[in-house]
Ligand binder design. Structure first.
Ligand SMILES: C[S@@+](CC[C@H](N)C(=O)[O-])C[C@H]1O[C@@H](n2cnc3c(N)ncnc32)[C@H](O)[C@@H]1O
Length: 217
């Protein structure tokens, strides 16, 4: 199915994840924020990245980091719930994001990091990226140990006053034996927000997503 995020945007998306879980809240949140630099972990076909370009680069220049292995998570592999041809997904990402950038009124400095988020975010920290980003979206691996690592590295890359958004708070695999408490994001997001409770504020938790502001380093 071709899924256009908005009537005016001829993007090629094959799912409605962003539409269903994120768009209604992002439409309220993003216009009120001062964002000149953003990073997302998990770009897939570019739905969230195209939204950021559409909304932010309409008003000001934007640096956007897109981090993805384009190998898929466990849900995209084998007989997972969202099995996909990841080469085709990656091609759609490039086409969609270039479309968004061409349409934008202001320049977009797009930095694509193809690799695992732990390595890519560590590298950004190593080259001086600490405290440099206004907005980070965590929507990559859904395995609790990976999500915890993404959250901690993202926190370090974020400016004080910056915003961190987690997707899929309540996602879990449909396994024959029920839910595996480690193969889902929730325990990691709960652990992170608990351990960093003196350095962040939870703004909203409209379940599937959690919105957090960094208040201290
Ligand atoms: C749910 S999709 C992202 C959806 C996207 N944000 C959107 O709005 O359409 C998750 C993506 O995370 C990527 N991913 C999974 N594990 C990863 C990891 N450890 N590092 C980087 N990317 C990863 C997958 O390849 C997949 O494209």
């Amino acid at each position: 199915m071709a899924w256009d995020t908005a009537a005016e945007a001829p993007y090629d998306f094959t799912n409605g994840w962003f539409e269903g879980n994120a768009r209604p809240f992002w439409e309220q949140l993003i216009p009120g924020l001062q964002i000149t630099s953003a990073l997302e972990i998990g770009s897939y076909e570019g739905a969230s990245a195209c939204f950021l370009v559409d909304r932010i680069a309409a008003h000001a220049p934007l640096t956007l980091h897109c981090v993805d292995t384009w190998a898929g998570g466990i849900e995209h592999q084998g007989d997972g719930s969202a099995t996909a041809d990841m080469d085709a997904v990656e091609e759609r990402f490039h086409r969609n994001i270039q479309r968004a950038i061409r349409r934008a009124a202001h320049p977009v400095d797009l930095r694509i990091h193809k690799g695992r988020s732990d390595a890519c975010l560590s590298e950004l920290l190593a080259i001086g990226g600490r405290g440099s980003l206004d907005f980070i979206y965590v929507d990559g691996s859904h395995q609790a140990p990976d999500v915890l690592c993404d959250a901690v590295l993202a926190f370090r890359l974020l400016k004080v006053g910056g915003h961190l958004v987690f997707d899929d708070y309540l996602w879990s695999e449909r396994l024959p034996a029920g839910q595996d408490p480690i193969r889902c994001p929730k325990p990691a997001i709960d652990a992170f927000t608990t351990l960093y409770c003196r350095k962040l504020q939870i703004l909203e938790a409209p379940l599937w997503q959690i919105y957090v502001r960094k208040t201290a380093d």
